[in-house]
Design a binder for this molecule. Sequence first.
Ligand code: 8X3
Length: 250
Amino acid sequence: MNVLITGASAGFGKALAERLVANGHQVIGCARRLDKLNALAETLGEAFLPVVMDVSDTDTIPQIIADLPEKFRQIDVLVNNAGLALGTEPAQNAKLEDWMRMTDTNIKGLMALTHAVLPAMVARDSGYIINVGSIAGSWPYFGGNVYGATKAFVKQFSLNLRADLLGTQVRVTNLEPGNVGGTEFSNVRYHGDDAKAAQVYNGFKNMTGDDIGDILIWLIESPAHINVNRLEVMPVAQTYNGLTIAKDDS
Ligand code: 8X3
């Protein structure tokens, strides 16, 4: 299979690319950083095609897809993995610029790529789109504001895609991970403050990019007649903790 992964240079994307190549698939690895992609291409070989792409630069996407070399042109699986959380402040203290960047990448980039790839899948009557959502798309938490809202969009867009794809063999999954450590995600969320980012993962066993890579390849290699609509995963240490009330004297 040919699998296009956005955000392929690190984290979940990289973990998935490694697994796919090991299992004999080809990967179109998209990311902004060519040096990181090239490093990955060196270890993964010819089955990994590095493609420079900034998903938030949505106007460039159709041409990038059209320009793919012949043997990578058919995209069997699209993994919309590129995304970011910026800031953990309450909404009243958040930066509008952060909100706009999350919207541009997590929503507009994902839409643009899906729009560029989906028609060919429908024409072939086969294909699979996996969107990397988040538990934040279902569960509100302090500081989640626009990040969670972008992931709620991703969840509903995934479900609505399936509704439109009735009668086709094209599959769509929204994968909704909870806390995952050891990737750049938290570092970006805390605007590069390594110490703060590290604190998030102290004192419990978090999930890792490899755990998510294992889940993604399992989804991709699952039987073609099964559609996993949504898959929410958390480390055992993470769970729901109810609603909160601010008492008058607090
Ligand atoms: C982020 C999930 O649990 O790290 O997508 O906030 S969590």
